[in-house]
Design a protein around this ligand. Structure first.
Ligand code: PLP
Length: 388
């Protein structure tokens, strides 16, 4: 073979069937081939196993999807290039023109945009409620045929804890699907509830290291199979290299999440007693309005702490600027701690009523707690709270 031919047809190195790599390789290949047309066609028709094109399926993604589905207590998973792509896929694949959706003012802003603007362009109507309005959910379900309820638990950034059993039971009574964006509570939470579809941003706790983006839609296999063609043609598939990094990050998921929760409780308890702090919201504090509900429905209390600074005290921006271990940054779930002040989280797209429900003020600080030493975090917060 001449050089130009050889470099495009390199020698094949086959690993013997009884000789596995302990870490699965990255299948960084768009195309897969069979020896002949007949086998290619059989695979296309689902008559044999195998892969052809990575937007449709890829072994590295398959391994990650199987892992995540099992962690969440389901048996189907579709992997997307980001968390918002997963939310989009769930909404687009489950809704059609004329459908009605229930959503909440306390939700992640891009999700609100999808429901209010994007779905509306395709003839899907919505009702926006407060996640605390259990009566409103029941009344809306009773008065308006509703395709799905999409919600989060705990909510971002003020950590309201919805009653998942009440929401899923009401939805089931009215033949409505439930979609839970479970990014904050994580895969180890909520699998026991009667939730039809979970969505996750893998950018957060799954990868854990803030160096890769991804998303997942997780559900029973029959629900996933109904979404698969839409998934393939929307084309927001996760890249195999990103899937590999997320699979690697998952090895320490339980260790990281547990440490982050322990640190978050420690930080929350310190802040609760500080004279510059008006209030601390953390589902693991007995002062949280839904403390008992959180204890019942979560294995832990999460890694995000929401703080309201006192009116007369340190200015929110000065506090954030003074922190040395907390980077001013969006996102959560990294190994390092992060801070985001209210002025960067204001839900300006909401009406006055809805903004009241969202409960974010200029003095709200969202702390995403990492795996650092808890005492170092407390010392950093203490010095920043005394900044002028
Ligand atoms: N859902 C929630 C609850 C989030 O907090 C985020 C990101 O912050 C997303 C979805 C979107 O994830 P991604 O940034 O991976 O698109």
């Amino acid at each position: 073979m001449k050089i130009a031919t050889r470099v495009n047809h390199p020698p094949v190195v086959a690993v013997p069937a009884d000789n596995r790599p302990l870490v699965a390789p990255i299948y960084q290949s768009v195309k897969f081939t069979f020896d002949n047309v007949a086998e290619t066609e059989r695979q296309s028709r689902g008559q044999r196993q195998g892969f052809q094109y990575s937007r449709v399926s890829n072994p590295t993604l398959e391994q990650l999807g199987l892992t995540l589905a099992e962690l969440q207590g389901r048996d189907g998973c579709l992997l997307t290039a980001s968390g918002v792509a997963a939310v989009n896929l769930a909404l687009l694949a489950l809704c059609k023109q004329g459908d009605h959706v229930i959503s909440f003012a306390e939700m992640y802003q891009p999700t609100r945009y999808m429901v209010r603007r994007l779905l509306a362009r395709y003839g899907v109507t919505h009702t926006m409620l407060s996640i605390e309005d259990t009566v409103g959910i029941e009344q809306t379900l009773a008065s308006t045929p509703t395709r799905l309820v999409i919600f989060e638990s705990p909510t971002n950034p003020v950590l309201k804890v919805p009653d998942i059993e009440a929401i899923t039971a009401a939805a089931r009574r009215h033949g409505t699907l439930t979609v839970l964006d479970n990014t904050f509570a994580g895969f180890h939470n909520y699998g026991q509830f009667d939730i039809d579809v979970f969505v996750h941003s893998l950018t957060k706790y799954a990868s854990g290291h803030g160096d890769v983006m991804g998303g997942a839609v997780i559900a029973r296999r029959d629900i996933i199979e109904k979404m698969r063609t839409d998934f393939i043609v929307i084309g927001a598939t996760l890249d195999p290299h990103a899937a590999f990094l997320i699979q690697r990050g998952l090895k320490t998921y339980a260790l990281r999440y547990e440490r982050q929760c322990a640190n978050a409780l420690h930080v929350a308890r310190f802040l609760e007693t500080h004279p510059q702090v008006a209030s601390v919201t953390y589902p693991g504090l007995s002062t949280h309005p839904q403390y008992h509900l959180a204890q019942r429905q979560m294995h832990d209390a999460g890694t995000v702490v929401s703080v309201e600074l006192k009116e007369q005290g340190v200015a929110p921006a000065s506090f954030a600027n003074a922190l040395k271990l907390f980077a001013i940054s969006a996102s959560v779930g990294s190994t390092e701690s992060l801070v985001l002040p209210g002025q960067l989280m204001m839900p300006r797209d909401l009406s006055a009523d809805e903004q009241r429900w969202a409960a974010v003020t200029e003095r709200t600080m969202r702390l995403s707690i990492g795996i650092e030493d808890a005492e170092d975090l407390v010392a950093d917060l203490r010095q920043a709270l005394t900044t002028n």
